[in-house]
Design a protein around this ligand. Structure first.
Ligand code: UGA
Length: 436
């Protein structure tokens, strides 16, 4: 089928590339011409495993083409996906001006039936607003439908997630729209859940907030573990074996980040309150998440006594492994606090250093993890990249000034650290300390 995708950012580009992989003909639209020029050459402006290869494959196969005109999207595909950004303004309120503008442009260029599908993460009732906007601006008596098809991909495994989803949710109120969406997803081997537009919109927000709640529950439990002498990894393992609870997204750390969970949790609370439904539980997720990093900082400060003039190594800058995305990354907030306290920072990340350098040109960017640790008064781990989990702790010990590690992701080998006589502070675990 011919499919148009408006907005070629993380969601739109991956959606377009994956539809092309499934055999559809896809037009991806973006107003940023510089970005389009790079995409046409098969260059991806952000780090996402497997995306460059698949992009190059379908630019070459001609199943994926690009344009900077939304009008072309309306002309090209019978299905038109809206994947433009909905940035947060004040706490939890989304800026819907890009979506609204796209809806108007679609209306003004509508000549034949089109299925307009919102895929950007949007507030509840956006589908209804898009439908009303198109009705208002359409010229003549042209039929159209509006559907919601939220995406559940994770950065870092976005291609895999999109090609192998647990389920596809389609919120659609017409038989024609449903049949087009079933055709689009015919090649995907997963259940297709058909709901009303409003339910599909809520499924997306509620899923992200539920996962954020689950992580936050583990983070809160980690505090109880520290206070009571229990071990968070043993506790969540024992709990997670109950199939009703499960192990996924149940790892304690220094808090969730990224462009989705923080924004979506706040958005769900905001929308609920707007609809007259109090949301103290949802508000508490954000507050607890923020204080998790604060506690980690206080731990570092209390152990090191004075941060001024201390040299600290940081492993991991991105909000999670396999991405160079720094949005709401706990490491960034920590860097700001440590810098304000007068510490000197030696940082490392396998892919996120160029993006960090734009924000903090004054840090030392290490050539490898051991270089970062060299001469430091302590090492702080903020992202659980595999190379940090597997790092040679003997080499760390040989190069660091004080063999002390603050592991914000419980990813450093405790046994090895103990054997080497290092000090290791984790989250929700008893510290590893050499006998004094
Ligand atoms: C998230 C959802 O997982 C996707 O399903 C959704 O499509 C996406 O948001 C979106 O709305 O677009 P993403 O933000 O890419 O995906 O990242 P996640 O893998 O969900 O991780 C989010 C944060 O939670 C990271 O900071 C990660 O370190 C943290 N996390 C995750 C934990 O602290 N503990 C865990 O056990 C799991």
């Amino acid at each position: 089928m011919k499919i148009s995708v408006i907005g070629s950012g993380h969601v739109g580009l991956i959606t377009g590339v994956c539809f092309a992989e499934k055999g559809h003909e896809v037009l991806c639209v973006d107003h940023d011409r510089e970005k389009l020029a790079r995409l046409k050459k098969g260059e991806v402006p952000f780090y996402e495993p497997d995306l460059p290869e698949l992009l190059q494959k379908h630019v070459a196969s001609r199943r994926l083409v690009f344009s900077d005109r939304t009008e072309d999207a309306v002309e090209f595909g019978q299905a038109v996906f809206i994947c433009v950004g909905t940035p947060s303004t004040e706490r939890g309120k989304a800026d819907m001006s890009y979506v609204e503008k796209v809806a108007r442009t679609i209306a003004e260029n509508l000549k034949d039936y089109r299925l307009v599908i919102e895929k950007s993460t949007v507030p509840i009732k956006t589908g209804e607003r898009i439908r009303r906007t198109i009705s208002r601006y359409v010229r003549g008596d042209v039929h159209f439908d509006v559907a919601s098809n939220p995406e559940f991909l994770r950065e870092g495994s976005a291609i895999y997630d999109t090609l192998n989803p647990d389920r596809v949710v389609v919120g659609v109120d017409s038989a024609k729209g449903e049949s087009l969406l079933r055709e689009i997803y015919g090649g995907f081997n997963c259940p297709i859940v058909v709901t009303s537009v409003g339910s599909a919109e809520l499924i997306k927000h509620a899923s992200n907030s539920f996962l954020a709640l689950k992580i936050t529950y583990a983070n809160w439990l980690s505090r109880l573990c520290e206070a009571s002498g229990a071990d968070i990894e043993q506790v969540v393992h024992g709990m997670g074996l109950d199939k009703r609870i499960g192990h996924h997204f149940f790892g304690a750390g220094i808090g969730y980040g990224g462009s989705c969970f923080p924004k979506d949790v706040d958005a769900l609370a905001h929308i609920s309150e707007e609809l007259g439904v109090d949301a103290p539980m949802i508000r508490l997720i954000s507050d607890t998440n923020r204080s998790q990093l604060e506690r980690f900082y206080q731990r570092i400060e209390s152990e090191l006594w004075v941060l001024h003039d201390k040299t600290l190594a940081i492993w991991g800058l991105a909000f999670k492994p396999n991405t160079d995305d720094l949005r709401e990354a706990p490491a960034l907030r920590l860097i700001e606090k440590l810098k304000a306290a007068g510490a000197r920072l030696r940082v490392h990340d396998p892919v996120a250093m160029p993006n960090t350098r734009k924000l903090h040109p004054d840090l030392y960017y290490a050539k490898d993890p051991i270089d970062a640790a060299s001469g430091a008064d302590a090492l702080i781990v903020c992202t659980e990249w595999p190379q940090y989990k597997e790092a040679d702790l003997a080499k760390v010990k040989a190069s660091i000034r004080v063999p002390m590690i603050f592991d914000g992701r419980n990813c450093i080998d405790r046994k090895k650290a103990a054997e080497l006589g290092m000090t290791l502070f984790g989250i929700g675990k008893a510290p590893v300390k050499p006998a004094e």
